[in-house]
Design a protein around this ligand. Sequence first.
Ligand code: HEM
Length: 497
Amino acid sequence: MAMIGLFGVLIAFIFFLVFQCFFVCKKSHNVALLENWPFLGMLPGILFNLPRIFDWLSEVHEANDMTFAFKGPWFSGTDMLFTVDPRNVNHMLSSKFPNYHRGPEFRKIFDILGDGIVTADMELWEDLRKSGHALFHHQNFLELSLSCTTSKLKDHLVPFLDKAAEENIVIDLQDVFKRFMFDTASILMTGYDQMSLSIEMPKVEFSEAADFFEEATFYRHLKPVILWRLQYLIGVGTERKIRTASEIFNSLFAKIISSRRKEEISRGEKEPGIDAVTYYLNADTTKYKLLKPSNDKFIRDVVLSLLLAGRDTTSSALTWFFWLLSKHPQVMTKIPPDINAKFDATDLEKLVYLHAALSESMRLYPPVPFNHKSSSKSDVLPSGHKVVAGSKIVISIYALGRMRCVWGEDASDFKPERWISENGGLRSEPSSKFLVFSAGPRTCLGKRLALLQMKMVAAEIIQNYDFKVVEGQKIEPVTSIILRIKHGLKVTVSKNI
Ligand code: HEM
């Protein structure tokens, strides 16, 4: 009885704290939202700002000299150091790279990705990185990237947009780009075209699962491991979505890998790999000792990470880009004179203004808004902040792109000219400042491919279509580990005569 009474008092106390925080937070300035409450730590500040978490974090970073220590609820294991100071970024991602890993916490949070490159550390990451680098630079893979993007564009995207223009229907551009990227990434990674971009717009189970997984994973960062593990076990809340997503991923990959193994056997001798599944089924284990070509679960993990990395990022970047263009018609008028490329990779690289506009769009809306690190040994960051061994460090790439002390007073403006040098060429920025594709040894492996695909799609649409954003939509990012627009981007298109 006494125990129940004590428990009741504790619950009442927690409620009192939450309400107290709520009223104080409502009235006060953003910086006060970082107040460290007894028991709850700084969690209330984050919770009350969840709907605008990305902008709120930018404001808090700016008010705290770009670095602050976040205290989670007592004993929850959610303390983190947030920093966007380019000196710290360079220190962790490049000069002191061996001391900053993904870490065990990150691997737990992303457990569904298993042993893929996104979660791997140490020797396994080295093998995946080297083999991934070899795949992305394989002549056959490069040819396949160009040919599958060109045919998806001409045979699927163009007919789809023509039909939408003819019938004057409202389309969700974000959904169209997701389907485009899912199909091309699937051809490159698994060898199969999922045919999700078609006039019928079929339901895409994998896509829905991936979106759920990315949103639900965001919330894992804020909860004690024991809590979300329990939720996963009993299948409630956001964890139920992760469980469903995992089942969908597993069943898709079970089918793909088993049919590919059968094809390999019927073909007899092995051929050099083109798509990622074929490549990893035939991985050279004398060169890459930790790769396991005969293990289906391993192949699933490696290819799933690559598929997600290719689908979600590029489609997010394109969606925000077209939304910004609709808000800045003057930028649109500067793009066409550049475009005379016939989708040749080298011609596309010459599209200076388009490249500048894409970079500027990704600076403001980075598809991957966060980067996480964990320190192996204690260290002192260039900003003077101490990190103890095992600390969790979060870099908000979104906030970094908006820091006035990094980008100038006009940091929040969309200005492609920022990327153009006096002689008319492209101005490059250090990756510790423009962190959109990450920096150091873990820089994005698909950067070149992503830029190529974005330019091909953007050039095709800008040259041949006018699009109008449907009035009255609320454009805001969803709370997720990928920066998507919450309710998509509804537009109508018409053909340029
Ligand atoms: C606009 C598009 C893209 C953006 C903004 C982007 C951004 C990033 C970022 C920020 C990282 C680092 C993630 C981290 O360390 O937490 C990353 C890693 C990676 N990206 Fe991309 N990415 C894009 C497209 C792609 C594409 C199309 C592919 C492949 C098909 C790809 C493959 C990878 C891989 C394999 C890694 C892991 C590298 C490693 O850990 O060594 N990315 N990307």
